[in-house]
Design a protein around this ligand. Structure first.
Ligand SMILES: [Zn+2]
Length: 321
């Protein structure tokens, strides 16, 4: 739902990311840093063939737009090698399985990597809400002097069990809430629609629209039950699956009161009253409007507050902005 904006300059961010990966050792006694482990693997057959033209950094900083293509290339190479080496289906399958298992061991996200990568995201992104739904806060909070509770999860846009080589790739990691990540998305993928991608344009293409229920009398809205706020995509349907998988329409229905309150405020504060307030207080008109309607500025990062996409779109519907 919300595009992930990376701190600029991106090269500096990538350096920091590498540092957090390199500072982390594997749990085994002779823990090796992940790059060394990958290079050792790459010196052996069949990985020398699979990754012959691919460096560790190529994988870690693979751009989201290129991920699907990269996956196709690697998967095809693994399948081709299985065909060259083995004749029976069982043996081919075993070869593919074992190749993936070794890659899982190298790019293992669990245990030692999970915590430093989460910390890296918390520190460098100051992430506040889930990028998939913009409903839930994904923050960390202190429960006592020593312990934190974490609402923060990182979704592997391309699932780490199927594509283990992308488990630590920076742009494959999307800060998200538990509901979106574990309960709804699971292993689903939406081709080239990662919020980390330059091409991700959900906010421009898909808008919350305001509809009054036919039962609603003379435009007089008595409660949230009188309105509907479905997400509508303009001129295409590429985000259809996305809206369905995350149950966005159903989940936002439960928050229609936010919109009802906006409508009530719009009735209470017509332009004439806002002008009176301006004359009375000397505060500029736009500023008063922003305070009263909780308006979102054009340049505000929508990920910082829950429901900011909903508030922005409905403000447009109500012609408040
Ligand atoms: Zn979410």
């Amino acid at each position: 739902m919300i595009k992930l904006k990376y701190p600029i300059p991106q090269k500096k961010l990538e350096c920091k990311y590498l540092k957090s990966l390199f500072s982390t050792k594997f749990e085994s006694k002779n823990g090796k840093i992940v790059k060394k482990k990958f290079e050792e693997l790459k010196s052996k057959y069949p990985y020398d063939v699979i990754f012959f033209d691919i460096s560790f950094e190529d994988i870690i900083f693979l751009q989201p737009e290129n991920m699907k293509c990269f996956i196709n290339k690697i998967e095809l190479r693994i399948i081709e090698l299985s065909k060259i080496n083995y004749k029976t289906i069982e043996k081919k399958k075993k070869f593919i399985y074992e190749a993936k298992e070794e890659l899982k061991e190298v790019f293992k996200y669990e245990n030692k990597f999970q915590s430093p990568i989460s910390k890296f995201f918390e520190k460098n992104f100051q992430t506040r809400t889930c990028y998939f739904c913009n409903i839930h806060f994904v923050n960390k909070y202190k429960i006592d002097d020593e312990n934190y509770r974490n609402e923060f999860t990182l979704d592997h846009y391309y699932d780490k069990a199927t594509y283990p080589y992308l488990a630590l790739s920076l742009y494959n990691l999307i800060p998200s809430c538990y509901t979106c990540n574990s309960k709804l998305k699971k292993n689903e993928e939406f081709q080239n629609l990662a919020p980390s991608s330059q091409r991700y344009d959900f906010d421009e293409k898909v808008k919350f629209k305001l509809f009054l229920k036919p039962s609603c009398d003379n435009l007089h809205i008595k409660s949230g039950d009188d309105i509907d706020i479905p997400l509508k995509e303009q001129f295409s349907d590429i985000y259809d699956k996305y809206i369905k998988i995350f149950h966005l329409n159903e989940r936002y229905k439960a928050h229609k009161n936010i919109v009802f309150e906006m409508i009530q405020r719009a009735e209470l504060y017509p332009e004439s009253r806002l002008k009176e307030l301006q004359n009375l207080t000397g505060i500029p008109f736009q500023q008063i409007k922003k305070y009263i309607f909780n308006l979102i500025d054009e340049n505000d990062d929508l990920s910082k507050k829950p429901f900011s996409k909903l508030i922005k779109d409905i403000s447009e519907e109500l012609e408040l902005i």
